[in-house]
Design a protein around this ligand. Structure first.
Ligand SMILES: *Cc1c(COP(=O)(O)O)cnc(C)c1O
Length: 360
C-alpha cells in the first residue's frame, strides 16, 4: 500500500505530476454568477413536455454514434453551410482534447492569445503538447505583430482564437484573424462559445478556408448541463479527428434532450436576448462606479477592474453577501485587480449591483 507513492512517481508522466487539477469553486447556497451559465430555468409546461420526450429512451441501448438528428437540428438552428462537416463532442472541452490528441507529438505547439480560455493550456499540457501564449495588448486587442512573430518562431500545429474572447469579452478584429489564418501552416480554431450573444461569426464563410474550423457549444446558450460542443468545417479535417473520437461520446439523454431543446430554440433565443438587454443595464450600472473600469462585452459576462489591490476584498465581501463571481486577480499580469461577473436574471443582477455598491 505505502508503495503507491513510489509507483506513482515511477509511472505517472512527470509533466502530469507537476500539474494541478482544474479547480471548481464551491457554490452551494450562493447566487452563481461565476461560470457564464444561463440563469433561466424552463416553465413547468416545458419541463413536462421534455420529460415526456425522454420517457421512452432506451437506456439499455448505445446511443446513435453520430447523433444524426441532433446534427440536423444544429445545422438548421446554427445556419451551418450544407457543405461543412460537423463533429460533436462531450462539451467543446472534449473537442479540444480530440484535436490535441490527433496533433500532438514532439515539438508540436498550441498557440493562443492570453488572457484566454484556460482549457487550451490545460489540454495542451495534459496531451504533452507545447503551449505558447502571446499577450494581448492593454486594451485586449490582438497584438498582431507579436502573433505573426510567434507563428514564425513556433510553427504551431494549432491556434485557438476565441471569438469573442473569454475572459476579456471582446471580439478580435476580423482582419487580424484573417492575417493569422494566412500566416500559419497549422490549423486555426475559431472558438465561438459565445455566438448566442453576438451577431459576429465566421460561420457563413467557413468553407472559404482550408485551415480553419469553427468550434461552438450549447453550454452558454442555456444547456451547460447536457455537455455538447460541435466542430464545423472542411470534411477532410473532421474525418481525421473523428478517428480519435470515442464511439459513443454523446449519450442518449443528451441526444434526446438536445433534440427537444433545439425544437424549442425560440425559448433559448428569448433568454439569450434578455441576457443581452440586461448586459447593457449591468454595464451602465458598473460603469457608474468611479473606482471600476468595465470592459465592453459581446458575451454573457462583464470583466471589470477594481481600484488597485481591491479585487480580493470585493470578491470575498460578495461571497459574504452570498454572491459568487469570478476572481481573476492573480491569474495573469494583465488581469490584475480584475473580476468577472456573469449576467444573471434581472433580480440577481440587481442584488449584485446593490451588494457591490455597498462594498465599494
Ligand atoms: C465556456 C467556454 C468553452 C467551454 O465549452 P464547453 O462546451 O462547456 O466545454 C469553450 N470555449 C470558451 C472560450 C469558453 O468560454
Amino acid at each position: 500500500m505505502n508503495n503507491s507513492k513510489n509507483r506513482i512517481q515511477q509511472w505517472i508522466r512527470n509533466d502530469i505530476l507537476s500539474l494541478s487539477a482544474y479547480h471548481v469553486q464551491a457554490s452551494t447556497g450562493l447566487t452563481k454568477l461565476d461560470a457564464m451559465e444561463n440563469p433561466y430555468t424552463w416553465s413547468d409546461e416545458l419541463k413536462s413536455a421534455w420529460l415526456e420526450s425522454i420517457k421512452d429512451i432506451e437506456i439499455n441501448r448505445y446511443p446513435d454514434p453520430v447523433a444524426q438528428e441532433v446534427v440536423l437540428l444544429l445545422r438548421q438552428t446554427m445556419n451551418i453551410p450544407t457543405d461543412a462537416a460537423v463533429m460533436l463532442g462531450n462539451g467543446s472541452d472534449e473537442l479540444i482534447q480530440i484535436m490535441a490528441l490527433a496533433l500532438s507529438g514532439e515539438n508540436r505547439t498550441i498557440l493562443a492569445p492570453e488572457p484566454g480560455f484556460v482549457m487550451y493550456k490545460m489540454i495542451a499540457m495534459n496531451s504533452a503538447m507545447k503551449y505558447y501564449a502571446v499577450q494581448l495588448k492593454n486594451d485586449f486587442t490582438l497584438d498582431l505583430p507579436a502573433m505573426l512573430h510567434a507563428i514564425e518562431q513556433t510553427n504551431p500545429a494549432l491556434i485557438f482564437l476565441a471569438y469573442p474572447n473569454n475572459p476579456t469579452g471582446n471580439l478580435f478584429a476580423k482582419q487580424d484573424i484573417q492575417q493569422i489564418i494566412q500566416a500559419t501552416s497549422g490549423l486555426v480554431i475559431i472558438d465561438e462559445a459565445y455566438h448566442a450573444f453576438t451577431d459576429q461569426s465566421f460561420m457563413s464563410e467557413i468553407m472559404a478556408y482550408d485551415n480553419v474550423l469553427i468550434m461552438r457549444t450549447v453550454s452558454k446558450m442555456g444547456l451547460a448541463g447536457l455537455r455538447l460542443g460541435l466542430l464545423v468545417g472542411a470534411a477532410d479535417w473532421i474525418l481525421q479527428f473523428d478517428k480519435v473520437r470515442l464511439p459513443y461520446n454523446i449519450n442518449v439523454l443528451t441526444q434526446a434532450s438536445l433534440k427537444f431543446a433545439l425544437q424549442h430554440q425560440h425559448v433559448l433565443d428569448a433568454q439569450t436576448q434578455q441576457i443581452c438587454t440586461d448586459r447593457k443595464t449591468m454595464f451602465d450600472a458598473l460603469h457608474s462606479f468611479k473606482s471600476l473600469t468595465v470592459y465592453p462585452s459581446a458575451t454573457n459576462f462583464l470583466l471589470f477592474r477594481t481600484a488597485s489591490g481591491q479585487a480580493n476584498r470585493i470578491f470575498n465581501a460578495l461571497i459574504q453577501q452570498k454572491i459568487l463571481i469570478k476572481n481573476l486577480n492573480g491569474s495573469a499580469d494583465a488581469l490584475q485587480d480584475c473580476l468577472r461577473v456573469t449576467i444573471g436574471t434581472a433580480e440577481q443582477n440587481r442584488s449584485f449591483i446593490k451588494a457591490i455598491s455597498a462594498i465599494l
